[in-house]
Design a binder for this molecule. Structure first.
Ligand SMILES: *Cc1c(COP(=O)(O)O)cnc(C)c1O
Length: 480
């Protein structure tokens, strides 16, 4: 018992270190300011690959066994070193990698404000302003997708995987009789769903998470451009029906991770309609082009989807943890996720409460990371950024073709997969270029063959950065 007063005595110092006094806070803000300014100035000159080895990282981490306390300046100093040297700099203008954008300054500010106020968005009545901001954003994007905003709905998610999983639950609930009551137990026929062989592998995890199992996944073949082959799809559905299975959902990918391909949305919408399938479009990355008048036509047909996945943390520059599930009719969300409890505050209109319209319970204000930049830049600002990146992708494509690289994927979006026309060893080229640390890209398979995958992901990238990428590739190839 004697430890309790001790703990109370200590609590004042603990509280002081959690919430430093004004002068100390000034130092921390000055430090943060220096970090933000320094980072923005330096990002172009940092090595894109980590320069710390696993042992170097362990060396720093050995200082922390959590048995004692450290001065904030020491902890922050260590952390800055770890962040600068112990990670791939996805915000570098010379990161031509996966769909990880340079975050905007305003998105970063939004993340900080959210953490400071820490609103709880589970129920509308706890954070009405925040829920209304998110609802407005979802309806805005729903409108751009061609949905009727009066009935459309959706929710912010932690990312595309959660949004896709949400779609799965909605689809099962809409199209598998008795699912809400009995789940998959006791289904007379196995439910099966259709994705292309080029779709995101999150779907395979989702098949497990939802209780369907891998046997319910149909990977439909693709054409030479990496788009779902509609004839193969029709045949797969017919075969499954003949075998007594229950087709319930079709997923189109709009912007594949590998090659930026967009499945034929209009035709797939027609198949869904005719076959009575729930139709979802996974546009986690390329859904951003809904904001661009010049490129939104590439998504024609998306308006026929029952729901859409769109990650603001991909091409819309939001920091991580900003995905969206958007549906044509918000009933598809409220039906499977509605619950009543005796401990949650009850609002006037249950339809407004995010926790009964989504997979999450406690809910972070992730939508702010899209709201602030969109409010400041407007749609036009985002459109300009997207159009610029598409043009830079075309410049990269031309530069590569000029220098004897074969572009092996066909997309209007800025993902460019290449092989050397003379068959040089791609793994060796990649290892050499990444080790130099000047640029970053990845390797994939495209049409069953290995290819280097480059992608314009940063609004900071300039033609000079693209020239540097091509220079590095050429030099590595020449040195083999
Ligand atoms: C990134 C991506 C996902 C997964 O989204 P996360 O935000 O990483 O969870 C799913 N589908 C597509 C097409 C993607 O590009």
């Amino acid at each position: 018992m004697s430890t309790i007063p001790d703990a109370l005595d200590n609590s004042s110092t603990i509280i002081a270190s959690l919430f430093p006094e004004a002068t100390e806070r000034e130092h921390i803000f000055a430090f943060l300011r220096q970090m933000v300014d320094g980072y923005a100035d330096e990002i172009g000159s940092l090595k894109v690959e980590p320069t710390m080895s696993k042992a170097d990282i362990a060396g720093v981490m050995a200082r922390y066994d959590f048995s004692g306390s450290h001065a904030p300046s020491a902890v922050l100093g260590d952390l800055v070193r770890l962040m600068e040297q112990g990670m791939v700099h996805v915000t570098s203008p010379r990161y031509f990698g996966l769909f990880n954008p340079s975050t905007s300054f305003w998105g970063t500010v939004a993340d900080f404000i959210t953490a400071l106020y820490n609103p709880q968005l589970a129920v509308w009545s706890h954070a009405p302003a925040c829920v209304d901001i998110e609802t407005k954003l979802i309806r805005y994007l729903a409108t751009l997708a061609g949905y009727d905003p009066a009935v459309a709905g959706g929710s912010f998610t932690t990312g595309g995987a959660e949004a896709n999983c949400t779609a799965m639950i909605c689809a099962l609930n809409q199209r598998v009789p008795g699912f809400a009551r009995d789940g998959l137990v006791g289904q007379a026929a196995r439910p099966v769903f259709y994705i292309s062989a080029e779709s995101h592998l999150a779907w395979v995890k989702i098949a497990l998470q939802s209780g369907l199992g891998h046997e319910s996944v149909r990977l439909v073949g693709v054409d030479a451009q990496g788009r779902m082959d509609v004839r193969q799809l029709r045949k797969a559905i017919a075969d499954d029906r003949d075998n007594g299975l229950l087709p319930f959902m079709l997923v189109a990918t709009a912007g594949t991770t590998n090659a930026g391909s967009i499945d034929p949305l209009q035709e797939l919408a027609a198949v869904s309609q005719e076959q009575g399938l729930y139709f979802h479009v996974d546009a986690a990355w390329a859904g951003a082009i809904l904001l661009s008048d010049r490129h939104s036509h590439l998504l024609a047909g998306i308006q026929f989807a029952d729901s859409i996945t769109l990650d603001a943390h991909k091409w819309l520059t939001a920091p991580m943890g900003t995905g969206m599930f958007i549906c044509a009719n918000r009933r598809v969300l409220s039906e499977p996720f509605a619950v009543t409890t005796n401990y949650m505050p009850v609002g006037d209109d249950l339809n407004l409460d995010p926790y009964v319209n989504s997979m999450q319970w406690s809910r972070r204000f992730n939508g702010l990371k899209l709201f602030i930049p969109l409010a400041i830049l407007g749609r036009g600002g985002f459109a300009e950024m997207i159009d610029y990146q598409v043009e830079l992708g075309n410049y990269l494509k031309q530069s590569l073709a000029r220098d004897g690289w074969e572009v092996v994927n066909a997309t209007e979006l800025p993902v460019i997969c290449i092989r050397d026309t003379a068959g040089a060893d791609l793994d060796a080229i990649m290892a050499k270029v990444l080790a130099a640390g000047e640029v970053w890209f990845s390797i994939t398979t495209c049409g069953k063959q290995k290819a280097l995958r480059t992608c314009i992901t940063s609004y900071r990238s300039t033609p000079q950065d693209v020239d540097q990428l091509v220079f590095q590739l050429n030099a590595a190839r020449a040195s083999l």
